[in-house]
Design a protein around this ligand. Sequence first.
Ligand SMILES: NC(=O)c1ccc[n+]([C@@H]2O[C@H](COP(=O)([O-])OP(=O)(O)OC[C@H]3O[C@@H](n4cnc5c(N)ncnc54)[C@H](O)[C@@H]3O)[C@@H](O)[C@H]2O)c1
Length: 288
Amino acid sequence: MADAADVERAAVLGAGTMGHGIAQVCAQAGIDVVLYDVDDAALQRGLAGIKKSLEKAVEKGKARRDEAEAALRRVTVLKDLDAACRRADVVVEAVPEKLELKRKLFAEVERHVAPEAMLASNTSSLSIERLAEGLARPERFLGLHFFNPVPLMPLLEIVVGPRTGAGVVVAAAALGRRLGKEPIVVQDAPGFASSRLGLALGLEAIRMVEEGVASATDIDKAMELGYRHPMGPLKLTDLVGLDVRLGIAEYLHQTLGERFRPPELLRRMVGEGKLGKKSGQGFYEWTE
Ligand SMILES: NC(=O)c1ccc[n+]([C@@H]2O[C@H](COP(=O)([O-])OP(=O)(O)OC[C@H]3O[C@@H](n4cnc5c(N)ncnc54)[C@H](O)[C@@H]3O)[C@@H](O)[C@H]2O)c1
């Protein structure tokens, strides 16, 4: 694959929250996409999600109806990995955040895909070096970290492993721009750039609540009004999920040390089922 203009076909593995969004932005950029999942219901939900999101884009005047319809026609859903990958120029994996699951999937993908295809993981925390272990062509492999919801979030974090080839990084950045994203290039370090910085702020904000420095609302206002953050760190923690943030904090604590030790308050809230928006209660109360 020489550059992004040559990408005609993509395979997206996993049709969940991220996978269907990634498939949508590929289709809107004129790329034929196969969305693959092991679960029929997930494929149907993914396709319905793409339809709904395209419909919204038309309603808001962000896409023309004929463009949205053409994008939808470019998406095929399949439960057959071989057929999904065989003709793909790029494969983006978005299955659950489990090292062994992803590794096993990529080992199988390599058996079906063309040798020059780009292989990418949408992992939000796992090491690209470790994910690439066992691959025959690790130089084709890298992280493409999209953000949720994919059609709306402009950032693409390109994560470069020690064996990723320079040409693949250039091609990935060009592909990102073609998908309407602003790429940043980050080395394969725990938490990359986005999760590491975002979590540092989130954990400190939780410690400030713990110490009674100010209320959650006022801490969030400090960042929203004083630093122009679109959302304060505690509200964001509620949206991401306290359990998800605790999982990443534990990983960063193990890999980067004391400064990422999860605050007791975070552990206690997760233990009490206060997971944020999805459970109705976090640093804020969430009602319909
Ligand atoms: N949700 C987010 O906000 C977010 C943001 C950035 C990155 N990520 C990362 O993206 C990846 C996917 O997250 P998600 O939130 O979309 O998960 P999700 O649970 O919504 O979707 C995962 C999908 O993968 C499918 N799946 C499971 N095993 C599979 C297999 N062997 N082959 C094919 N499909 C399989 C499931 O059926 C499900 O549909 C994770 O690595 C996550 O860390 C998530």
